[in-house]
Design a binder for this molecule. Structure first.
Ligand code: NAD
Length: 480
């Protein structure tokens, strides 16, 4: 079976323990490659290499550094097909989604930050008759990037690209559930001749390799995307070490649909915002609030559309619904369907595991599921499910829907559907979220701040926010 390797100091190397664990294809339930079970020793070797590489990488001209990062982008693009297939195989997502979203976006992430750094300037504040302050922004040193399994290369590159562009050396760990495209990225880094030690990709579990990144004293900043509980652990552990932290965590996003919306556009987009990537996007809307006058119309049309969505093998070019990422995750999602029933919910469509013909008969497929009849404050409506399961609920007033929308511990994104501009502004202003889409969903401009409030995270990624996170400002005052 193919063995994935770590990429440390420019070389493909085995984990120091010699131990590996299985990488499972979610569409068949079978192992297809082996993942290094790296530990604190591997992280330490990577950190030493990164420390050594830092002076040259941070001191390199911006043009030269930018060129390396452009080459990473182009290197992925050259092997597009291979990356697309690998992402779909590893994650269970339809190959069409990996081809349209995941891999093109990873390419753009590198390209965006490679060029953004050429325009990144620091501030100066003049004090009339007194003097001038100028602020320099220097890279931090060695930084850690830890990412989840739902958009594997997309989110991995969203961290690595700004970290490298701003002159840091990186220790990066992809999710152990979906490591393959990160491994392919290390091949690209070798192909383009990225200086050794600048980027180190270490594979392994969160409890071992991830934890060692969080605890290593020479790693001065951590950019993490993943679950809220893991984020809380990282905060508790790295906070007292005075590490800079960027935490992108869970969500339970509301879709707020008013009766005056463009119904057809709203319906098509709401199907996508509910079930894209099998509902495993942190920005998916999983609580759908519908103004009462159109509740029944919405329910009938939505359930009709959703019940026609069929799970197909991710490699099938017609597949729009693939597998969820792992057996454990499938069981978690299905346990929430049981909980919803216990809490008095009615399953309008879906709710079950799907058994596809061989060779996918042991894959982790779940029917897209719509539930009604639940109170806004029950566990099903408060806890993150992160799968193809949404609830629908009617509302009667702006005050009521805002109260329900804001009732969870989370605050990542919100979607609002209305033709009333003033109302759109009011809701956008008052909803607890870092990102609001009006009459749209997941329109991304890489320059905008990305992140959540409350238990959805701390800090922002994207554009200047990311470059500011990965640099340390120093203010210098000169007396006139
Ligand atoms: P997770 O927290 O289990 O794992 C994320 C990463 O952290 C993995 O690489 C894992 O190995 C590592 N990790 C786990 N324990 C660790 C520890 N003790 N120390 C250091 N690293 C550790 O999350 P997941 O299940 O991979 O991803 C799903 C979660 O990610 C969901 O909650 C989802 O909402 C969230 N997410 C958030 C965003 C966002 O932008 N806010 C984007 C995507 C996913």
């Amino acid at each position: 079976m193919k063995k994935i390797t770590n990429y440390i100091n420019g070389s493909m190397i085995e984990p120091s323990s010699g131990n590996y664990f299985e990488n499972i294809d979610p569409s068949t339930g079978k192992a297809y490659s082996l993942i290094p079970d790296s530990d604190a020793d591997d992280i330490d070797i990577a950190v030493q290499a990164a420390q050594k590489a830092f002076p040259e990488w941070s001191g390199m001209s911006l043009e030269k550094r930018s060129k390396y990062i452009v080459q990473l982008s182009e290197g992925i693009e050259k092997r597009m097909d291979e990356f697309v297939k690998a992402e779909s195989l590893d994650n269970g997502k339809p190959v069409s989604l990996a081809a349209q979203v995941d891999i093109p976006r990873a390419i753009s992430n590198f390209h965006f930050f490679a060029t953004a750094i050429l325009h990144f300037a620091s501030e100066s504040h003049s004090m009339e008759g007194v003097g001038i302050n100028y602020t320099t922004r220097k890279p931090i040193g060695v930084v850690g990037c830890i990412s989840p399994w739902n958009l594997p290369l997309y989110l991995f590159s969203w961290k690595i690209a700004p970290a490298l562009a701003s002159g840091n050396c990186v220790i990066a760990k992809p999710s152990e559930v979906t490591p393959y495209t990160a491994y392919l990225l290390s091949e690209v880094a070798q192909e383009i001749g990225l200086p050794p030690g600048v980027l180190n990709i270490v594979h392994g579990t969160g409890g071992s390799a991830g934890d060692a990144i969080v605890k290593h004293p020479l790693i001065k900043a951590i950019s993490f995307t993943g679950g809220t509980e893991t984020g809380a652990y990282i905060s508790r552990t790295a906070g007292p070490m005075f590490k800079k932290l960027s935490l992108e965590l869970g969500g339970k996003n509301p879709n707020i649909i008013f009766a005056d919306c463009d119904f057809e556009e709203m319906l098509t987009t709401t199907v996508r915002s509910s079930f894209a990537n099998q509902g495993q996007i942190c920005l998916c809307g999983s609580r759908i609030f519908i103004e009462r006058p159109i509740y029944e119309k919405f329910k009938t049309a939505f359930v009709e559309k959703v019940s026609r969505m069929k799970n197909l093998a991710p490699s099938d070019p017609n597949s729009k619904q693939g597998a969820v990422v792992s057996k454990g995750h499938m069981e978690k999602v299905l346990s929430y369907v049981d909980l919803a029933k216990e809490e008095g919910g009615t399953i309008l469509t879906g709710g079950k595991r799907v058994i596809l013909p061989e060779p996918n008969n042991e894959g982790f497929f779940i029917e897209p599921t719509v539930i009604e009849g639940l109170k806004y404050d029950c566990r099903t409506n408060q806890e993150e499910i992160f799968g193809p399961v949404v609830t629908i609920m009617p509302f009667d007033s702006e005050e009521e829907v805002l109260m329900m929308a804001n009732s969870t511990q989370y605050g990542l994104s919100t979607t609002v559907w209305t033709s009333n501009l003033k109302r759109a502004h009011r809701i956008a202003d008052q909803v607890h979220a870092g990102i609001v889409w009006v009459n749209s969903w997941l329109v991304r401009d890489l320059r905008t701040p990305f992140g959540g409030v409350k238990a959805s995270g701390v800090g922002r990624e994207g554009g200047w926010e990311a470059l500011k996170f990965f640099t340390e400002p120093k203010n210098i005052f000169i007396k006139q």
